[in-house]
Design a protein around this ligand. Structure first.
Ligand code: GLN
Ligand code: ZN
Length: 757
C-alpha cells in the first residue's frame, strides 16, 4: 500500500488571517494571545484539510519564517538579541524585523538579513554564525504543534530544515567557517530527535534542498558525516530534497544511512526510475509528483501510468507527495468564483493538490476504478486545457517559432548611439531622473478602489489619474529634473498593470502567496499565448509629454520580470512564454517611439531571481532571459534611448549578461552599499551609462545634498563621469510627497554641485 503525505501547507490562512493578526499585534492593537489564537485556528484548519493523509506535516506553521523558527529551535540566537527582556515572542519579532510590539522608537536592534529561498519568491531570514555560536535547543513550539495536531487524531510527521541546508544558507559574521559548526550543531539536532522519540514520533522529515545545488567536497563529506550521526536516533528520517534534479548528488543521497528519501519528481522527473532502481531494500521512496510550485492541475492518468510500475515494485515503500512544500501556492480555489469557469477547472491550489495526492494514493492502492469519477473529471480538465482556443493563438506561436536573430539587435553599437542621443537630448553631465513611480497616495488608491467597485466610471477615473500625472509632471519641472516620468499613478502593480491588458493572463481574487513575514503577493496567472490587443501606456505617456517640453521617459515592465512574478503555464518552456511577452512589449516600445517618446525604460526588477538553483544552469536561463529583453527593447532607432532598472545590487556573477542587454542606461540600487557594488562595473569595464541609486527609498530618511555629492564622487572614481546618471534607488510609490520633494531637491542640487566641480 503506497502512503500519502505532504511536505508543508500554506500558513497565512485562506483569508490572510495571519497577516492581519501579525500586523495588529505589531501595532499594539492585539495581544499575543489573540495572535496565538489565530495561529492555532489556521493550524487546526490545515490539519483538517489534510486529514486523509497518512502523515500530516507539523512545524510547517510559522509566525514569520521557517528558517527563523529553525534558529529558535536550535537556539542559535545572535548576541545582540539576548538579554533585551520581553517574552519569547518579542525575541522572535526582534530577530525577524528589528522590533517587537513593545519596542518604541526606531526599534531595538537590527533584524536578521533576509534573502530569497532558492528560486522562489519566498524570503527567509538568514541564520547568523560566528566562532562563538552555541546551540541550545528549544523544542517548545515543535512539541506544542505536535500535540495540537495529534488532538485532531492525525498521524503527524514533524518537519525540520536539515543541518547542511541550515548551515549552507546562513552567513558567518566573523572570520569563522560555518562548516566548522557542524560538530556543534549535530548534538542540537540529536537532542531534538531524542525528544521526538520520547513523543513516540515515527517519522521526521528533514529538508535538505541544498542537494539540488553544486556542493564542493567538504560539504558533500559533511552530508555523510551528519547523517551518520543523526541516523543513531530511533526516529526514522525522511530526507527531503526539492526544487530540482539531484544529478551529481544523486548517489550521495542514495549513500546516506537514512530511512527514506523524498525527491522532486516534477523538476527531477528524469531521475525517478534511477532512484527507484538504486534505493536500498529497506528504504522508503517519496515521489514529489504533484507540482508544489505551480497552480495547474496535474495529469493524473499520466502520473499513474508512470508510477504504477514503481508502486508494484516498492509496495508500501512508495510514498506520494507534492514536489515541495505547498507554501508557494495559494490556499484554496474554493472562493475563486470570479474566475472563468473553464480556466478555473484547470487549476489546483494547495487544498486541491492535497486532494490530487489522495486520488493518486487511492488509485495505486485500490485500483483506478475506485476513483474512476475523479479521474474522469481530471482527464476532461486536462483535455479542455490542451485544446482550448483560449490557450492557443496560432499567430503568436508562429511569431515566436520564426523569430529572427535580427530582432535582438540594435542598429548601431552603444558608442555610436550615444553620440546621436547626445545630440538629440543635449543633456548636461550627471543628468537627473527618477525610476518611474511617484507616491501612491490614499487619494489614488481610493479612486482605484471606487473605479473597481463601479463608484467611478472610466472617464471619471481617467480624469483623476490625469490630474495626478499633471501634478507629478509639475513637481518634477519645478524641481528641475532633466528627464521626467509620468509617475505611474494609474498602475496598481508593475506586473498586474500589464498583465491585465495582455491576452493570455488571468487574475485570482484570493490567490495570495507568502513572500515574507506578513507580506503576500498575488501573482497573475499566465494560461495562454500572450498578445497585446492594443497599446497599454501610450495615452498616459503622451498626455504627460503634452504638459512639458522636457523629455518624458516611457515606462514599461520587462518580459522577464512579468514572467518571474507570475504563475506560468507548464505546457510549454518558460523561454517560449517569455519570448511571447517580449514580442508584446516590443510592440509597445515601438508604439511609444512612434508617438515621439525618445527615452523608454524597461524595468527588469526580477531578472536575477529567475536564476536556477544550480550555477551550471545559469547560462541557459540568462541566454533566453537576456534575449527576451533584447527582443522587447532593441527594435528602436539609434536616436531612442533605452533604459533598464534593476532593484538589487548583486551583479558580480551576471555582469556579462547585464552588459549583453545592450541598454543605453541602467539604473540600479546602490545607496546602502556606499557604491561598493560598482566595483564590478568598473572591473568589467561596463560599456554604457549607469545611474547608481543615491536615495534609499526604503527609508523615510531624506538624503542631504552633501551625502549625494559624496556618493556620486565615489561612483565617479569607478565609472567615467560622462556615463553617470543621478537618480534614486527605485520607484517612489511607497513614500510620501513631503519626503520625496526635499529628497529630489537635494538630488538636483547635488547634480549642480557635481557639474561645477
Ligand atoms: N518603474 C517602477 C517604479 O518606479 C520600478 C519598480 C521596481 O523596480 N520594483 O515603481
Ligand atoms: Zn527597483
Amino acid at each position: 500500500m503506497a502512503k500519502i503525505h505532504n511536505l508543508g501547507f500554506p500558513r497565512i490562512g485562506k483569508n490572510r488571517e495571519l497577516k492581519k493578526a501579525l500586523e495588529a499585534f505589531w501595532k499594539g492593537e492585539e495581544s499575543s494571545e489573540a495572535l496565538e489564537a489565530v495561529g492555532r485556528t489556521i493550524r487546526n484548519e490545515n490539519v483538517m484539510q489534510q486529514e486523509n493523509l497518512d502523515y500530516v506535516p507539523v512545524n510547517d506553521f510559522s509566525n514569520y519564517d521557517q528558517m527563523l523558527d529553525m534558529s529558535i529551535l536550535l537556539g542559535n540566537i545572535p548576541a545582540r538579541y539576548r538579554n533585551l527582556g520581553g517574552s519569547p515572542l518579542d525575541l522572535y519579532f526582534r530577530m525577524a524585523r528589528g522590533r517587537s510590539a513593545c519596542d518604541t522608537g526606531a526599534g531595538i536592534c537590527h533584524a536578521q538579513e533576509m534573502t530569497k529561498w532558492f528560486d522562489t519568491n519566498y524570503h527567509y531570514l538568514v541564520p547568523e554564525f560566528s566562532s562563538g555560536t552555541i546551540f541550545t535547543p528549544n523544542t517548545q513550539k515543535l512539541c506544542k504543534e505536535i500535540s495540537e495536531a495529534r488532538d485532531k487524531g492525525v498521524n503527524v510527521k514533524p518537519v525540520l530544515i536539515g543541518p547542511i541546508t541550515y548551515l549552507k544558507s546562513g552567513k558567518e559574521k566573523d572570520e569563522s567557517n560555518r562548516l566548522c559548526l557542524l560538530e556543534k550543531i549535530l548534538p542540537a539536532y540529536q537532542t531534538i530527535l531524542k525528544e521526538l522519540d520520547e513523543l513516540c514520533i515515527e517519522w521526521v522529515q528533514i529538508d535538505e534542498p541544498i542537494l539540488v545545488t553544486e556542493l564542493d567536497a567538504p560539504w558533500r563529506q559533511a552530508f555523510g558525516y551528519a547523517y551518520q550521526e543523526l541516523s543513531k536516533s530511533k526516529v526514522k528520517i525522511l530526507l527531503a530534497s526539492y526544487f530540482g534534479e539531484l544529478r551529481e548528488n544523486r548517489d550521495l543521497l542514495l549513500s546516506l544511512p537514512i530511512n527514506g528519501l523524498h525527491i522532486d519528481a516534477v523538476r527531477g522527473e528524469s531521475e525517478i526510475e534511477y532512484i527507484a532502481e538504486k534505493i536500498a531494500p529497506e528504504q522508503v521512496l517519496s515521489l514529489g509528483i504533484v507540482n508544489g510550485r505551480n497552480i495547474w492541475k496535474c495529469d493524473l492518468t499520466k502520473i499513474l501510468d508512470r508510477i504504477e510500475p514503481i508502486s508494484k515494485k516498492l509496495g508500501d515503500r512508495l510514498w506520494i507527495a507534492p514536489s515541495c512544500s505547498l507554501i508557494h501556492v495559494p490556499v484554496s480555489l474554493e472562493r475563486e468564483t470570479n474566475l472563468d469557469p473553464e480556466i478555473r477547472s484547470w487549476l489546483a491550489f494547495a487544498t486541491e493538490k492535497v486532494e490530487e495526492i489522495r486520488i493518486i494514493g487511492k488509485a495505486l492502492n485500490s485500483g483506478r476504478e475506485s476513483v474512476a469519477v475523479e479521474l474522469g473529471v481530471n482527464a476532461a480538465a486536462i483535455c479542455s486545457r490542451k485544446e482550448s482556443p483560449r490557450v492557443h493563438n496560432p499567430e503568436v506561436k508562429k511569431a515566436v517559432a520564426t523569430l529572427s536573430a535580427d530582432l535582438e539587435k540594435r542598429q548601431a553599437s552603444y558608442p555610436q548611439r550615444a553620440q546621436i542621443q547626445r545630440a538629440r537630448f543635449q543633456l548636461p553631465l550627471f543628468p537627473t531622473t527618477t525610476i518611474g513611480s511617484f507616491p501612491q497616495t490614499s487619494d489614488i488608491r481610493t479612486a482605484r478602489a471606487r473605479f473597481r467597485k463601479g463608484g467611478l466610471n472610466e472617464a471619471e477615473y481617467r480624469e483623476l489619474m490625469k490630474k495626478e500625472i499633471a501634478y507629478a509632471v509639475n513637481v518634477q519641472e519645478k524641481l528641475g529634473l532633466d528627464i521626467l516620468v509620468h509617475g505611474e499613478a494609474e498602475r496598481n502593480d508593475m506586473v498586474e498593470y500589464f498583465g491585465e491588458q495582455l491576452d493570455g493572463f488571468t487574475f485570482t481574487s484570493y490567490g495570495w502567496v507568502q513572500s515574507y513575514g506578513s507580506r503576500c503577493v498575488k501573482p497573475p496567472v499566465i494560461y495562454g499565448d500572450i498578445s497585446r490587443p492594443k497599446p497599454m501606456t501610450i495615452d498616459w505617456t503622451t498626455y504627460a509629454q503634452s504638459l512639458t517640453i522636457k523629455p518624458i521617459k516611457g515606462m514599461l515592465t520587462g518580459p522577464v520580470t512579468i514572467l518571474n512574478w507570475s504563475f506560468v503555464r507548464d505546457d510549454q518552456p518558460r523561454s517560449t512564454t517569455c519570448r511571447q511577452i517580449a514580442l508584446a512589449i516590443r510592440k509597445e516600445v515601438l508604439d511609444l517611439e512612434k508617438a515621439g517618446v525618445g527615452i523608454i525604460q524597461i524595468d527588469e526588477a526580477a531578472l536575477r531571481e529567475g536564476l536556477p538553483p544550480r550555477k551550471s544552469d545559469w547560462k541557459e536561463y540568462l541566454d533566453w532571459a537576456v534575449g527576451s529583453f533584447r527582443i522587447s527593447a532593441n527594435g528602436v532607432t539609434n536616436q531612442t534611448q533605452i533604459h533598464t532598472h534593476m532593484c538589487y545590487s548583486e551583479f558580480n556573477d551576471i555582469i556579462e549578461s547585464i552588459a549583453a542587454m545592450d541598454t543605453d542606461v541602467i539604473t540600479i540600487e546602490t545607496s546602502r552599499s556606499q557604491m561598493e557594488l560598482l566595483d564590478v562595473f568598473d572591473d568589467f569595464k561596463y560599456p554604457s551609462e549607469i545611474g547608481p541609486g543615491v536615495y534609499d527609498i526604503h527609508s523615510p530618511n531624506i538624503p542631504s545634498t552633501e551625502s549625494i555629492v559624496s556618493l556620486m564622487k565615489l561612483a565617479a572614481e569607478k565609472i567615467p563621469s560622462d556615463r553617470l546618471w543621478v537618480n534614486p534607488d527605485c520607484g517612489l510609490k511607497t513614500r510620501q510627497w513631503d519626503e520625496v520633494i526635499p529628497a529630489l531637491q537635494n538630488m538636483v542640487k547635488a547634480a549642480a554641485v557635481l557639474r561645477k566641480q
